[in-house]
Ligand binder design. Structure first.
Ligand code: HEM
Length: 445
């Protein structure tokens, strides 16, 4: 069978590599061995090799230059290549799967919602208010930080999007959103009981709940000063003309894209700070300085956020060390030449950016948590900086996500001390997660 599969994919011009078993390919090895599988294949075949993972013939690209080329050249035949389950559940107008003109429209609407002036005037005050009350009574408790940061990312997003506060509506949305997220990471088998089936049902419910919300807003004369308001106001204007279905898909994409990224980075930042007291001390000094002259109830503003240089460095170092994003997926729309090979139409390209994070040429002593490295050189504008992707799909929520994590850290480190309870196992692949939670005991400072 193994031989047959190799022969089946033996085509002139393909990069070297192995295709594994029919149907399953090398998915098991990829998921079980993770980064070691990638490194071993690179040793044998070079930084561009073929494989068959997650149900598709795939070319894995570990060359930073080529990765940049793929991300910068969507128009040359590299469109998004995310799994079917994700596309079905996130909707057909979902920004991360559409391309061409529709992508332009959806992206410009998205950028309008999360631009720096919007963060400064509208979102940061909401994030601040949310974080302050969310972490208010953690003192004296043992909490699961993973659970808390997940809920935080979701609830904070709901407040920014539609001014939804904690209550029955947020609980109903939360339940469906959790099911939706699980569904996007499942095999697309629509059978009662499967995560995919639950995900599709959750999407249906969410769409109807969001449609009700839109209808209510249309018939109300109140102004809400949130993302949904902005989307409805630009509805029909010369800016972005989105119909209701597109508005709903945009909202789902907003929650979905910021959910695991923001929660995991917040959790891992706290973990690294706990393990690196010198970094924690410097971070605390930065935040204590910001709180000087402010009362407990005073919010942080845009200038405060902009002054958090070390905090930003901690967030970037956390993203790098934990590798919250391993890479991104593309699909070829035609046969495309790459490094002397030809990648056939319809193949996936796994733009695997993980190894750049541990490249000693870019990050000396790459296995050391060293936020200071981000202060010296302008690493954020390095051409191989891909923590937030690159090219025309570079994360539009980069600044918003950073502001959320920074605000969370601000209140967390100025209010509390904490220590880990027991040994908390953390997996880094295929997703960063603490399978049994990350338990910490929290006290007032
Ligand atoms: C630490 C936080 C975050 C990280 C590390 C991150 C990372 C990324 C990466 C790597 C991509 C590129 C995906 C690709 O090329 O296929 C991306 C795209 C995207 N991100 Fe983020 N993200 C973060 C937070 C957020 C937040 C808070 C939002 C909410 C606005 C968001 C919205 C998006 C959207 C909508 C896209 C798709 C853009 C497009 O296809 O044009 N992200 N993100």
């Amino acid at each position: 069978l193994l031989r047959w599969n190799e022969v089946r994919y033996r085509k002139k011009g393909l990069p070297p590599g192995t295709m594994g078993w029919p149907l399953f390919g090398e998915t098991t090895e990829f998921l079980k061995q993770g980064p070691s599988f990638m490194k071993n294949q690179r040793l044998r075949y070079g930084s561009l090799f073929k494989s068959h993972i997650l149900g598709c013939p795939t070319v894995v690209c570990m060359d930073p230059e080529l990765n940049r080329f793929v991300l910068m050249n969507e128009g040359k035949g590299f469109i998004p290549g995310y799994p079917q389950s994700m596309l079905d559940i996130l909707g057909r107008s979902n920004i991360a799967s559409v391309h061409g003109e529709l992508h332009k429209t959806m992206r410009s609407a998205m950028l309008g919602l999360v631009s720096p002036p919007m963060i400064r005037d509208q979102l940061l005050p909401k994030i601040d208010e949310f974080m302050r009350s969310y972490i208010d009574n953690w003192s004296g408790q043992v909490i699961d930080l993973q659970e808390k940061t997940k809920e935080m990312a979701l609830m904070s997003a709901l407040k920014q999007i539609a001014s939804i506060e904690t209550g029955p509506v947020s609980e109903a949305l939360k339940g469906e959103l959790f099911k939706l997220v699980l569904g996007t990471l499942s095999l697309p088998i629509n059978f009662p009981g499967t995560n995919y089936h639950h995900g599709l049902k959750a999407r249906k419910k969410l769409v109807s709940m969001l449609q009700c919300l839109i209808d209510e807003r249309r018939s109300s004369s109140c102004s809400y000063n949130d993302m949904l308001d902005s989307l409805l106001k630009s509805h029909g204007s010369s800016k972005a003309k989105l119909d209701d279905e597109q508005i709903i898909d945009l909202i789902i994409a907003l929650v979905y894209s910021g959910y695991e990224t923001v929660s995991t980075t917040s959790m891992m930042a706290v973990k690294y700070l706990h393990d690196h007291p010198r970094a924690l001390e410097e971070l605390r000094n930065e935040h204590s300085e910001i709180r000087k002259g402010k009362s407990r109830e005073d919010a942080i503003d845009w200038n405060n956020y902009k002054s958090m240089r070390f905090t930003r460095a901690v967030i970037l170092e956390t993203l790098r060390m934990a590798t919250v994003v391993n890479g991104v997926l593309r699909k070829t729309t035609q046969d495309v030449p790459m490094k002397g090979f030809v990648i056939p139409k319809g193949w996936r390209i796994y733009v695997y950016t993980r190894e750049i994070n541990y490249d000693p040429a870019m990050y000396p002593e790459p296995l050391t948590f060293n936020p200071w490295r981000w202060l010296d050189k302008n690493l954020e504008s390095h051409q191989h900086f891909m923590l937030f992707g690159g090219g025309g799909r570079m994360c539009p929520g980069k600044e918003l996500g950073t502001a959320e994590i920074a605000t969370f850290l601000h209140y967390f480190v100025t209010r509390y001390r904490w220590e880990e309870v027991g040994v908390n196992n953390i997996l880094k692949f295929p997703r960063v997660q603490a399978p049994d939670g990350l338990r910490i005991r929290v006290w007032d400072r």
